[in-house]
Each structure stands twice: as C-alpha cells, then as structure tokens.
Ligand binder design. Structure first.
Ligand code: CAA
Length: 383
C-alpha cells in the first residue's frame, strides 16, 4: 500500500502505524461478527482506548496528545480499513467533543476533555431531527430559559452513539423564527431528568455503530451546561463539521482502500479461462481506476486536514470537497470491488459486500453529498 509518507511528520507516521497495527491485528478480527450481530463494538473501542488513540485531538493540558486533524484522519482511515462501524464511533468523539474544546468555558473543558482524551467518557453530537436533516437551521427542539436553567422539549434523530455517550452536544432553538440565529448548544448528560434514548435504527451498514433517537420532555438543563451564547449554536455546529468532515472523508478512504486491497488480492488468486483474472485488461483497468479514486480522495482529505492544523478556520469549501469526493469514491470503489469478486462478492463469505453497505453512509452522514455540493457551489457563486 502506498501512502503519502513523504509529506508526513515522524509523529504522524508513528500514529498511523500504531493505528494500523491495532486495526489489523485486533479490530479487523471482530468486524464481520459485529456487523452480522449488529452489536456494539466493545472490544474494538477498548483496543483503541488501550492504544491511547482517543486523545489525538485533545490538547496536552487536558491530557491529550494534541496531534491535530491530519493525525486524527490517519488514525480514522486505518480503523475504517478494518471496521467502519468502529471508525464511526471513534470519529464521533471529536464530533461531540470539539465543540467543547473550541467553544467551551474553562470549567466545561476541565470537566469533560480529560475523560474524552482517555476514552473513559464517550461523546455524541446531535443536530438532526425527524423534520430537519439537511435543513439543520430548521430544527424544532425548543430551549426555554427559566432562571438558572433551560427547559428542553423535542426529539432528535440519527444520533450516532447517543445510547453510549456520557456527554452529548445537543442543539435546540430559543426562537424558531430566528432560524440559525436562534440555535443554541447544550451539553447534556444522560442522567438529566427528562432525557431519554429512543428507537435504535436498523441500518444497511455500519451496523455496529448505534444510531438512536433522543427525546427531551421538560428536560431541565442548568445554564452552565449551555455551550457558547444563545444563538451561537448553528455556528458551533457548522465550525465543528468543518473539522470533522475531513475525518469522515478519511473513513471513506479507509473503506475504499480495504475494498481495493481485497479486489487486488482476489484478482491475483482467482482463475478463469485458464488465467488469473488480474491478467485481463478489463480487470486491470478497473483496479487502476479504483486506485486513482482512493489516492485522490486521500490527498483531498489530507489537504483539508492540513488546513485545520495550520490554524485555518472556515475551510468549508475544501472540507466539503474532501468529504464529498471521498464518500463518492468509497461507494464507487466498493461497488467495483464487489464486481471484481463476481458472485462471491455478493455473498457474506467475503467482506466486500460489507464494504459496499458501509460505504453508502459516507455519502449521507455529516451532511449529504448534495449538501457538500451546495456548500461548494455557494462558495463559487456567492450567496
Ligand atoms: N462556520 C461558521 N459559521 C457558519 C458556517 C461555518 N462553516 N456555515 C454557516 N455559518 C453561519 C453563516 O455565516 C450564517 O451566519 P450569519 O447569518 O451570521 O452570516 C449562519 O451560519 C447560517 O448559515 P447559512 O445561511 O449558510 O444556513 P443555511 O440554512 O442556508 O444552511 C447548510 C447551511 C450548509 C445547508 C447547513 O444547514 C448544513 O450543513 N446542513 C447539513 C447538516 C449536516 O451536516 N448534518 C449532519 C449531522 S452530523 C452527522 O451526521 C454525524 C453522525 O451521525 C456521524
């Protein structure tokens, strides 16, 4: 496998190699079973914790290793190569935790970041609602201030890890008429009265990564659990996605690389018409096109991650391109990998059908690829 080793620091190479070792020697072993049984990837999460990979995005003063967005992307790619469900859980940690790092008070950072860095505490991020997916500013969950607390009412949907998280960054509105300017972020702990985890979705792919609804019924949330100011929530949500969309792209790269590796391996082994199928130019061209897609996706992901590490904020344009291209590439490459395997690829005897199912979510979550194109087009055209 060729990676852009030349442009990585020693530290980044080290973290990638560590993640690769954990992913291949441990996480990969359980991935098929976790998918088949649609169960939480406990042992994979433990392996990530033991390797100390949870703290990559957390500053040293809060117990993390402060290695940045590219290091996170490198680790997430390796984990996704082995198990995309586990990778989704892994990337959910910065998705739920970065809003605290970027917008939290000192008390909030001290309270949550050290435990997020070790993985002792798991995070979730909840923006979407049944009637507000792509149109996030149209969310309906209300937050009404009553003295020293807020009262939250409404339901969230599609919350990754919502049933396992110890801290959830949740977005509600103090005034629906204001759309984005009414949205406010809250740090919810699951034992807050009036909070309940709802239906767990039965999904096509990443079946080991729980996706749940959340219900808030007169849920009392102390004012000190508000993240940022009233009306700042939408910017918090979007600024976080600017950083995590490259990480999501890196998961797509991991799936695509796994699919390519499997297809290349099979093309070398499988014989038809008296020769290896890899000797047919029809297969060779497919494999070459798959490799081009993976390489381009990885470079785009790394570019957007490097922007973040360089302190550039508001890089939605490149972050959306990376997420969009990598998600589409994963879907295409995984579909082609199934094709290379032929009938065998359509069975659960080989992992490529799982890669194809897992790849599909990469075009949907963290903003559909249509929304990524909308963000890119707005940047091109203005408005
Ligand atoms: N950073 C900071 N501020 C931003 C921003 C960014 N990246 N993007 C927008 N804003 C600000 C704007 O500047 C604007 O502020 P002002 O009015 O002060 O100028 C405000 O936010 C509203 O922005 P828009 O007018 O652009 O809002 P919009 O309603 O047109 O929506 C959108 C924009 C891009 C469509 C957005 O709603 C969006 O990204 N939708 C997709 C939602 C999404 O990604 N959901 C995924 C959930 S997470 C998930 O899937 C995780 C998982 O389970 C694993």
């Amino acid at each position: 496998m060729k990676h852009d080793d030349v442009a990585l620091t020693d530290e980044q190479r080290m973290i990638r190699d560590l993640a690769r070792k954990v992913a291949r020697e441990k996480i990969a072993r359980w991935a098929a079973e976790i998918d088949e049984q649609e169960r939480y990837p406990t042992e994979s999460i433990e392996a990530i914790k033991e390797a100390g990979l949870y703290g990559i995005w957390v500053p040293e003063e809060y117990g993390g290793s402060d290695m940045g967005c590219l290091a996170l992307a490198l680790a997430a790619e390796e984990v996704a190569w082995a198990c995309a469900a586990t990778a989704t859980q892994y990337v959910d940690q910065p998705l739920g935790g970065l809003p605290i790092l970027y917008f939290g008070t000192d008390e909030q950072k001290k309270k949550y970041l050290p435990r997020l860095a070790t993985g002792e505490l798991l995070a979730a991020y909840s923006l979407s609602e049944p009637e507000a997916g792509s149109d996030a500013a149209g969310l309906r969950m209300t937050a009404v201030r009553r003295g020293d607390h807020y009262v939250l009412n409404g339901s969230k949907q599609w919350c990754t890890n919502g049933d396992h998280a110890g801290i959830l960054t949740v977005f509600a509105t103090v005034d629906r008429a204001k759309r984005a300017k009414g949205i406010t972020a809250f740090l919810i702990e699951p034992d807050m009265p009036g909070f309940a985890v709802g239906k767990k979705e039965k999904k096509m792919g990443i079946r080991g990564s729980p996706t749940v609804a959340l219900h808030f019924t007169d849920c009392r949330v102390p004012v000190e659990q508000r993240l940022g100011e009233e009306g700042e929530g939408f910017k918090i949500a979007m600024a976080t996605l600017d950083v995590t969309r490259p990480a999501t792209g890196s998961m797509a790269v991991g799936i695509a690389q796994a699919a390519l590796d499997a297809a290349v391996g099979y093309a070398k082994e499988r014989k038809q018409f008296g020769q290896r199928i890899g000797d047919f130019q029809g297969i060779q061209f497919m494999l070459a096109d798959m490799a081009i897609q993976v390489h381009a996706a990885r470079l785009m992901v790394h570019y957007a991650a490097r922007q973040v590490d360089a302190g550039i904020r508001g890089n939605s344009y490149e972050a959306s391109m990376a997420k969009c291209w990598a998600g589409d590439a994963a879907m295409k490459v995984a579909t082609d990998a199934v094709q290379v395997f032929g009938g065998y690829g359509y069975t659960r005897e080989f992992p490529v059908e799982r890669f194809m199912r897992d790849a599909k979510i990469m075009q949907i979550y963290e903003g559909t690829n249509q929304i990524q194109r909308l963000i890119i087009a707005r940047e091109l055209l203005g408005g």
